[in-house]
Write a protein that binds this ligand. Structure first.
Ligand SMILES: *[C@@H]1O[C@H](CO)[C@@H](O)[C@H](O)[C@H]1NC(C)=O
Ligand SMILES: *[C@@H]1O[C@H](CO)[C@@H](O)[C@H](O)[C@H]1NC(C)=O
Ligand SMILES: *[C@@H]1O[C@H](CO)[C@@H](O)[C@H](O)[C@H]1NC(C)=O
Ligand SMILES: *[C@@H]1O[C@H](CO)[C@@H](O)[C@H](O)[C@H]1NC(C)=O
Ligand SMILES: *[C@@H]1O[C@H](CO)[C@@H](O)[C@H](O)[C@H]1NC(C)=O
Ligand SMILES: *[C@@H]1O[C@H](CO)[C@@H](O)[C@H](O)[C@H]1NC(C)=O
Ligand SMILES: *[C@@H]1O[C@H](CO)[C@@H](O)[C@H](O)[C@H]1NC(C)=O
Length: 222
């Protein structure tokens, strides 16, 4: 599926409009309110929150169960059985809640909702952690995703070179346009969030360099 970019690249400031109450702002840049566009891994290093699901998306997409269904439409499933190697990471989205644990962790399903995540663990694939911006200072309901492309267990389950940018591109590519799962159809538009993160590898987990960009996805149920 091709990328469905909208005409204009978003400036960082565009998102920092009225954030009260939820539902009326795409998201608030966490760095403007004491937060970070990186999650904090247990080793103290960061992983980029490189995909944002806009708070202006259809409200049902922004709930836990709604996002899970959307992620399945995109091609992800839940963690597979006891093979989960993931550790809880935290993020501070500048919404007044301070650092919070991830809400959800998903791995790419490879088209098999039950066993796909297991297959991914061995072959390597795409991976994401989800955080919701819903604190009193930025109650946008936007979902911040840390996406990455991983090597398989045979490579000790590490993130591949360029794994953050690649994971982001794979996710946006799979999500763009029309997708559907279990009777719900989604129309996703993708916008660039250029330069919201620093370029390079300083402070980034696994020493993997990033290009500094993220994507903003607006998801509408149709
Ligand atoms: C968005 O970023 C991609 C590369 O990540 C670039 O190819 C594309 O031209 C950008 N689109 C806009 C509208 O800036
Ligand atoms: C969102 O915007 C609409 C229209 O401007 C307004 O009626 C509504 O009260 C706003 N909702 C919140 C939660 O601010
Ligand atoms: C994250 O979850 C762990 C395990 O449940 C818990 O000990 C920790 O306090 C949580 N951290 C935050 C910031 O909520
Ligand atoms: C955020 O807004 C929702 C309604 O959109 C509301 O239920 C919730 O209590 C608000 N949370 C905070 C922390 O203000
Ligand atoms: C995996 O980890 C083991 C033990 O730490 C190490 O000996 C091996 O070289 C690693 N393999 C790869 C492909 O990194
Ligand atoms: C599909 O939707 C039905 C009804 O909404 C629900 O009961 C069922 O659990 C869903 N199936 C999956 C795989 O999510
Ligand atoms: C999906 O959204 C785009 C952008 O808003 C719109 O141009 C297109 O017609 C929509 N497609 C469907 C099938 O609703």
């Amino acid at each position: 599926m091709l990328f469905a970019f909208t005409a204009a690249s978003l400036a960082i400031g565009v998102a920092a409009v009225a954030a009260q109450g939820g539902g009326n702002a795409s998201f608030v840049d966490p760095t403007t309110q004491g937060g970070s566009f990186f999650l904090m891994a247990t080793d103290g290093l960061g992983e980029p929150l490189n995909v944002v699901i806009s708070g202006l998306s259809s409200p049902e997409v922004l709930t836990d169960t709604g996002f899970l269904n959307y992620a399945r439409a995109v091609g992800f499933t839940t963690e597979c059985f006891s093979l989960t190697l993931g550790t809880l990471f935290t993020a501070n989205l500048g919404d007044g809640n301070g650092p919070q644990n991830q809400t959800m962790e998903l791995r790419e399903s490879f088209g098999n909702a039950m066993f796909g995540a297991c297959i991914e663990m061995f072959l390597g694939g795409n991976h994401l952690r989800m955080f919701r911006q819903d604190g009193p200072q930025a109650n946008t309901s936007a979902l911040f995703l840390a996406t990455s492309a991983e090597e398989g267990l045979f490579q000790n389950h590490t993130i591949s070179a360029d794994g953050y940018d690649v994971g982001r591109n794979i996710f946006a590519n799979m999500a763009a346009g029309m997708t559907q799962f279990n009777g719900t159809s989604y129309n996703t538009t993708v916008q660039n969030l250029t330069g919201v993160l620093p370029v390079g590898s300083q402070g980034v987990n696994h020493g993997i360099a990033i290009d500094g960009n993220a994507f903003l996805l607006t998801v509408t149920t149709v």
